[in-house]
Design a protein around this ligand. Structure first.
Ligand SMILES: O=C(O)CCC(=O)C(=O)O
Length: 336
């Protein structure tokens, strides 16, 4: 493929999704983009995680064991961290990584809202995540959720890579029978609620019965590879039974014209929390937030990452010789 030029002001070479990649995302429910993030950037994030683990960097708002705590206590404490982009600059920067957003622009865009981040430490002996569908946890209306999972270590079956039920991206979002959470596609006449989503024990997690209808594929990855997956595909990871860590950084995004009634369990005003999530790419008629640490994105650099203006875009679909063609608007013809 022809290398894309780095536009003035852009820090990274643009990534353009191919037709084959687009199709793979639709057919499999996930897409691996190898080497999307540079090794030097992966090294920076890993060094930062080492500092958190060692107690040298404190995460604002989290009462974690300090440098003087025993290594075992620090190891046990850090399994995963939610929403670090709201308190640390480095995670905002990775959430809005231009090449990750390039892929999302093609898959769910053109307008992209950045909602959520997670950092998985997954040290030796730590557990995996049982069968689940991300759009159950983060509803977007219309439903356009997509995860971007950046491998920070080599991820294999032994240290707990991702697995996907290929084809389950066409399933609805199954409600939970807990009687508490209202999420899921409850308008479907005959949908049967499940119990125990995300529980690593398949006996206690009945989404395993839906996953069993599909081929189950493990997705091993190298550091810098990014796995994109839609909000409906059933996925999971096993525990880390190796002696190596399996670190990853995950962002969740949606089309910026979807309503997002979700703020990581925290209060928001009105019927959506869009005003608290960052506009990564394009434009939107809905509210959005600015990045707290000033990372360049559509919210603060619309000249670089905002809506692409295509001159003469409006066209009419008109019949010609028995088939459809695009013509200028009648108004333009009149004016000319
Ligand atoms: O990294 C993992 O082990 C699980 C990640 C996952 O399931 C998710 O991000 O939805």
């Amino acid at each position: 493929m022809i290398a894309q030029p780095v536009l003035p002001g852009r820090t990274h070479e643009a990534y353009r999704v191919t037709v084959a990649e687009y199709l793979r995302f639709k057919e499999q429910g996930y897409l691996v983009v190898p080497g999307l993030v540079a090794q030097s950037e992966v090294d920076e994030l890993n060094a930062h995680m080492d500092d958190i683990l060692a107690g040298r960097i404190r995460v604002p708002g989290i009462d974690s064991p300090g440098v003087d705590a025993p290594a075992e206590e620090r190891h046990k404490f850090w399994e995963r961290l939610h929403m670090p982009h709201r308190v640390l600059e480095i995670h905002e920067r990775f959430m809005l990584h231009p090449r990750i957003i390039d892929v999302l622009e093609a898959l769910i865009g053109p307008d992209v809202l950045a909602l959520q981040t997670m950092l998985f430490f997954k040290q030796p002996g730590q557990a995996g995540q049982g069968f689940h569908q991300d759009a159950y946890y983060i509803p977007t209306q219309p439903d356009t959720l997509c995860g971007a999972w950046l491998a920070l270590d080599r991820a294999t079956e032994e240290n707990g890579c991702l697995w996907f039920a290929v084809g389950s991206q066409n399933e609805p979002i199954y409600p939970d029978d807990d009687g508490v959470t209202p999420n899921g596609d409850r308008t479907l006449a005959d949908i049967k609620p499940i119990v125990g989503a995300s529980n690593p024990d398949p006996e206690k997690n009945t989404l395993s019965q839906i996953a069993a209808k599909y081929p189950q594929v493990k997705v091993e990855a190298e550091p810098g590879d990014v796995v994109f997956f839609g909000g409906h595909v059933i996925h999971w990871s096993l525990g880390n039974v190796s002696q190596r860590t399996r670190r990853s950084f995950v962002g969740h995004y949606c089309n910026a014209r979807s309503r997002v009634p979700w703020n990581h369990g925290m209060p928001y005003e009105g019927d959506s929390a869009n005003s608290l999530h960052i506009l990564a790419r394009g434009a939107t008629h809905l509210p959005y937030a600015q990045p707290r640490f000033g990372t360049p994105c559509a919210a603060n650099r619309p000249d670089l990452y905002g809506e692409r203006v295509v001159p003469d875009r409006p066209k009419s679909m008109m019949p010609s010789n028995g088939f459809m063609i695009l013509t200028p608007h009648l108004k333009d013809v009149d004016e000319n």
